[in-house]
Design a protein around this ligand. Structure first.
Ligand code: IVH
Length: 707
């Protein structure tokens, strides 16, 4: 009888050396099956067989405790994949905050708010007062907590802001999170806040990790993230996590009129509120708060990456609303960055999705404020020249929050004699096409277009990415692998992958036989791809990765052109700058000349047209549907504002018109329905009259908007 076929026999017969080898073998095997089970959802052995492996290991470990290998399955818990959690769609999106880095940015923020609300804003000291709440910005992870009739029923991560992951069980283990609310509360209410770990607890936990031979976490935030992401809540339960509540997500009744009132109320329900929160009556006090908290930073038990200012009054917050993914009524004021000195080992050139050649510094790894940094951005060729950065130099690195590290300066006195000035390449390092830099631009670009591998693959990665098509399981690494194997070269190839994989005539090795894949994971990928065969117009436009076209512009185009067919036709017509199509296009608010040229150029390119028409044989682009809000007098109308309005700022008027379903344009054209004329209006009013467009004064506008 062979030793390995009988586990009972193994234990009695093994010598210490054999036992050690056997434990190593079992340790590796268990780790392999953990990975198949947890990360790939593709187990190859039954649960019973898996338990038997663990049992064998356990017995050997008990008999030979001094020989237990580092890969000890009793200590490790299958690296918890995020895919192990159910998805939760947030009732109200979880947005992020805009950033202010300097005092000027804060001043701009306040001025923007006051201008929007039509309050006096020319000078900080003499501007109208506006109540603001200042809070520490805790460096943790945001979480959403749902309560039904006062009972905690669901907790989720932020995820991409629209959809997060259900981590109810893990959040339930955190003491600061009440399982039942106290006092009077709405029947359905969602509280938001930050899960974090105190620095002292983090250090203690890391010591324990190291003593157990497990990897240490880089900082308290990573430790908190790793702890929340455990599939086994009993592990989260022993991690020292805490929670500060700072916002209301959804509520079926009004809870408070101001942020300060809200914090008091939720504190009464049993939540912990940060005790550094302060209310200010005038915005000119905010910068003092920032300085005070920054000075106190190292004495606070938790990590902060800045402070947050919020307009206190909820009615004003409502009026201010959102722009893109951030509220107009709040901003994060970051702390000044952390710096460190290191050596610049090399300068490499990356080629991005739009062909931009970006120099990247490869550094001798260095710890900057708790994070190991080995790369920094060099922005562009002028930046290298301006700072005279040379390979081999000693350089000062700065890292501010989650911003990519930068080189601040070079230590010229420490420069090696051999240091040579850096010469920026004028050909693409990937496809060798000429890389040109148009006059007046900072960026040099590869002219290879889709024939440049770097650009083509970056576009594919963007196409499948979370904010674009969001094809689960088709992340950057898988796409690079498929690219190398020539399985996916264009977006259409993604959608023909399944058919090609199943076509025996091609005599290709099926995907499931490839390293790291199994039948289950391959099917999961195909399902994820097939789920994206119908794509909303705005996502489709954004996914194409056209230069300068971000999510906001993609939405603007979708809203204005309605269908892919129409957009394509109009963009082809707009190649002629004399056409109505061109005039209407450039009259859209938010479309500048450079952007217009890029977009028209994209549609004019034969290769792009071919890639898209191939793609359209596989997918359907959904026409843009307006969110089913009630029809208003402004639904579908194009409106232009000109001159000074007295009742509300111009931006608020625009936001209001958009909320009511109108398109706001920057200039008057034949397609304009209304021109709202304030005081001192100039040529736009004359042009409107000449074109016979309806002209409204401020009173008529307010009436039309139902105000
Ligand atoms: S308010 C609409 N308050 O910062 C945004 N956020 O970039 C509402 N954060 O995801 C967020 N401390 O994780 C707010 N006192 C605080 C915060 C805070 C930390 C985090 C949060 C959010 C991110 C925003």
């Amino acid at each position: 009888m062979s030793k390995k076929s009988s586990k009972k026999a193994v234990e009695v017969e093994l010598t210490p050396l054999e036992a050690k080898a056997e434990m190593e073998r079992l340790g590796e095997l268990i780790a392999h099956h953990d990975k198949l089970y947890h990360q790939k959802d593709a187990p190859e052995i039954s649960d019973g067989d898996y338990d038997a492996l663990r049992q064998s290991f356990k017995k050997l470990a008990e008999a030979f405790p001094h020989l237990v290998p580092a890969q000890n399955p009793e200590k490790t818990v299958g690296a918890a994949p995020l895919s192990g959690f159910n998805k939760v769609k947030h009732r109200v999106p979880m947005l992020s905050l805009g950033n202010a880095f300097g005092d000027d940015d804060v001043e701009d923020f306040i001025k923007r708010v006051l201008r929007f609300l039509n309050l006096k804003h020319d000078n900080m000291a003499t501007s109208d007062p506006i109540e603001c709440v200042a809070e520490p910005k805790i460096d943790g992870l945001s979480a959403s907590l749902f309560y039904e009739n006062g009972v905690f029923t669901q907790g989720a991560t932020r995820g991409d802001g629209e959809t997060g992951e259900d981590i109810t069980q893990n959040l339930s283990t955190i003491k600061d999170i009440p399982k039942k609310l106290s006092g009077k509360f709405p029947a359905t209410v969602e509280i938001r806040g930050e899960v974090y770990m105190e620095r002292g607890d983090f250090l203690k936990m890391n010591e324990k990790q190291i003593a157990e031979g497990k990897p240490a976490f880089a900082n308290p935030r990573n430790a908190a993230a790793g702890s929340l992401r455990q599939l086994d809540p009993s592990i989260t339960a022993v991690r020292p996590l805490k929670f500060f509540a700072y916002a209301l997500g959804y509520s079926d009744s009004r809870v408070a009129n101001t942020q300060m009132e809200l914090l008091k109320r939720i504190e009464g329900w049993g939540f912990t509120i940060n005790n550094e929160v302060k209310l200010y009556e005038h915005s000119d006090e905010l910068i003092d708060y920032h300085q005070r908290i920054e000075a106190k930073r190292s004495t606070l038990p938790y990590d902060l990456d800045g402070v947050v200012y919020k307009i206190n009054d909820f009615d004003l917050q409502e009026r201010l609303g959102f722009v893109s993914r951030s509220p107009r009524w709040a901003i994060a004021h970051k702390f000044s960055a952390e710096e460190a000195e290191t050596t610049l080992n090399d300068i490499i050139i990356q080629v991005g999705r739009t062909g931009a050649l970006t120099p990247v510094a490869e550094l001798e790894p260095v710890n900057v404020g708790g994070v190991m940094v080995s790369r920094a951005t060099l922005h562009n060729e002028d930046e290298i020249q301006r700072k005279d950065i040379r390979v081999g130099d000693r350089v000062i690195i700065r890292r501010a929050g989650d911003v990519i590290p930068q080189i601040v300066s070079v230590k010229l006195d420490a420069r090696p004699k051999t240091g040579k000035a850096y010469v920026f390449p004028d050909t693409c390092p990937v496809c060798q096409s000429p890389a040109i830099r148009p006059e007046g631009e900072a960026v040099r670009r590869c002219t290879g277009g889709f024939t440049c591998e770097a650009q083509a693959i970056e576009r594919l990665i963007h196409f499948a990415s979370r904010d674009a098509l969001d094809i689960e399981g088709l992340g950057e690494q898988s796409l690079r692998d498929f690219w190398d194997e020539k399985l996916i070269k264009t977006p259409a190839d993604i959608f023909t992958l399944e058919a090609r994989d199943k076509d025996k005539a091609l005599e290709k090795r099926p995907l499931e036989e490839r390293e790291g894949w199994g039948a289950k994971s391959v099917q999961k990928l195909f399902d994820a791809i097939n789920a994206k065969r119908s794509i909303p117009l705005d996502r489709f436009i954004f996914a194409l990765g056209i230069r300068q076209i971000g999510e906001t512009t993609a939405k603007l185009l979708a809203r204005n052109y309605g269908s892919w067919k129409n957009l394509n036709a109009q963009m082809r017509e707009a190649e002629n700058h004399e056409s109505t199509a061109y005039r209407d296009f450039t009259a859209l608010d938010g479309i500048g000349k450079a952007m217009a040229d890029d977009l028209i150029g994209f549609f004019a390119d034969a290769h792009n047209q071919k890639v898209i028409s191939d793609l359209l044989t596989e997918v359907t682009v959904e026409d843009f549907v307006r969110v089913a809000s009630a029809e208003t007098a402004l639904t579908g109308k194009t409106i232009v504002f000109t001159g000074t309005l007295h009742g509300m700022g111009r931006n608020e008027a625009k936001a209001k018109a958009e909320k009511l379903g109108a398109h706001v344009a920057g200039s008057v054209s034949s397609k304009t329905d209304y021109v709202v004329v304030g005081a001192d209006a100039g040529s736009k009013a004359d042009k409107a009259r000449a074109l016979g467009v309806t002209v409204l004064d401020e009173a008529a506008w307010l009436k039309l908007a139902g105000l």
